[in-house]
Design a protein around this ligand. Sequence first.
Ligand code: SF4
Length: 323
Amino acid sequence: MAKTDTRDIKATVNQINELADCGCEIARVAVPDSEAAQAISNIKKKTSIPIVADIHFDYRLALESLRAGADGLRLNPGNIREPEQVTEVVKAARQRQVPIRIGINAGSLPPASKPSISTSKHMVNIALEQIKLLESLDFDLIKVSLKAFDVPTTVEAYRAIAAKISYPLHLGITEAGLPRAGAVRSAVGIGILLDEGIGDTIRVSLSAHPCEEVNTAYEILKTLGLRQHGPTLISCPSCGRAEVDIIGLAESVDSSLRDISQPIKVAVMGCVVNGPGEAKEADVGIACGRGKGAIFRKGKVVSTVAEKDFLKALMAEVKNLLN
Ligand code: SF4
């Protein structure tokens, strides 16, 4: 999701293009007012990925966003409560064949009829009500999300709705926090669901630059073998056998790999004896010893280099392999 003020067209265009460069495939923008809705038209002229308008409270902003060319709408039915207003939006979306995501958030649910109902069930019930409303208007370009901060609640809700509907599901753990904890929460929640075959699109929500969200999302997909995207760094945790600063070297290699878009596995290992064997999965790697290191390819040592040349030699081998 873009984190710029949507009314600032230049900043929003720059951020969406930056997001596209780091692999984002759909961008959402906040639409807090009419000026933001109208800005979508100009934003679309200078960006290449689909733009989803995020609407809260005012259905008229959804209508304006559609007129401005939004490729999708995200509506939170918890805060557009008048069925006539939802109806008007659905009619306009149907005319333009624009999909609507019913975006349920645990934090903004309408009151439950039974106070004893669990949050996940309540989320599912609200989503099903909204789906029914959209279907009754002969609209089926529907996508659903059921996000909560709490991972077990989110997982329960998605499992339950996946058993009831066949519409695409957009996965996410909402307000997951700063990158360290947020990446873990997102990986656990989204990862469990994807591994069960649930989910069609994902968004990682972090209190960080949005490219960090995209990078984390790709790490989840790569970890599950669902997508290949850019390099994967395999690095040993280091231990008493390491004779060089493995953590520092792994960080430098990680930075150097950022400009590479091809999928390649690169290993940084702390000892010559165990390194190549332990990192057999890597395409290329380095196993470091005292003052020198062995560059290896697919587990086989291909050269030996001095410590001062570790980074340079490893990156040269990466480039050789990619060219
Ligand atoms: Fe320790 Fe070597 Fe394993 Fe790294 S590869 S953790 S240095 S034994």
